[in-house]
Write a protein that binds this ligand. Structure first.
Ligand SMILES: [Zn+2]
Length: 202
């Protein structure tokens, strides 16, 4: 946040006039000690780079084999989307839709929104409807649950390990990397920086 701005402490509501805070340092509330501002160096650029990386990883995770099974000499490979389709055909439409939304649709929407907002900001422009889209990002965020899906996969792999040989595919590694990339991207993104850039005259 810009120095001189008045802001309320998120924890105790005490009003502060923000001092200039150097990168890597933080301003804390003088009453309760909560962090008021913690500027991140190149936060916007880092978030943009991570969002683009995330899109590439998501594309790879959906195009390459996710898991391979070898049972009694027979080998079989599945894609992430094939698994979801299998759920759908096995009378588990609700679960299939939920898995599709939380592992493919929500992360894709999240990454596209991030690039849509951050790329023009980097070029000192504003994307049309940026304000609404940025709010929308907060709504999609809780629906992105790739780590829950990955945990489910790990549990079933451990259970199936005795019956079949399981080979994780390229997509599984990309998917795992995507979980960390998306988390790092959201952590690098400081909403205050986005609002400030938005308020600046073009
Ligand atoms: Zn406080």
């Amino acid at each position: 946040m810009t120095a001189g701005h008045i802001m309320a402490c998120h924890d105790c509501d005490l009003l502060h006039r923000l001092p200039a805070v150097a990168d890597g340092m933080r301003a804390t509330c003088c009453r309760c000690g909560a962090a008021l501002a913690r500027p991140k160096r190149n936060g916007l650029e880092r978030a943009l780079a991570l969002a683009v990386t995330g899109l590439v990883l998501l594309a790879l995770a959906n195009s390459f084999p996710f898991l391979g099974f070898k049972i009694q000499g027979q080998a079989r490979e599945t894609l992430l989307l094939t698994g979801i389709r299998q759920l759908y055909t096995q009378e588990m439409q609700g679960v299939a839709v939920l898995v599709f939304i939380t592992t493919v649709l929500a992360p894709l929407a999240q990454l596209l929104v991030l690039v849509y907002i951050l790329l023009p900001l980097k070029l000192n422009r504003r994307a049309p409807g940026m304000f609404q889209v940025f709010r929308w990002l907060r709504t999609i965020e809780p629906w992105s649950m790739m780590e829950v899906f990955m945990l489910g996969i790990l549990v079933s792999v451990v259970k199936l390990a005795k019956m079949a040989q399981i080979i994780p595919g390229i997509a599984a590694f990309c998917f795992m990397a995507l979980i960390f990339v998306l988390a790092a991207c959201m952590a690098s993104l400081d909403p205050h920086v986005v609002w400030e850039r938005w308020e600046e005259p073009q």
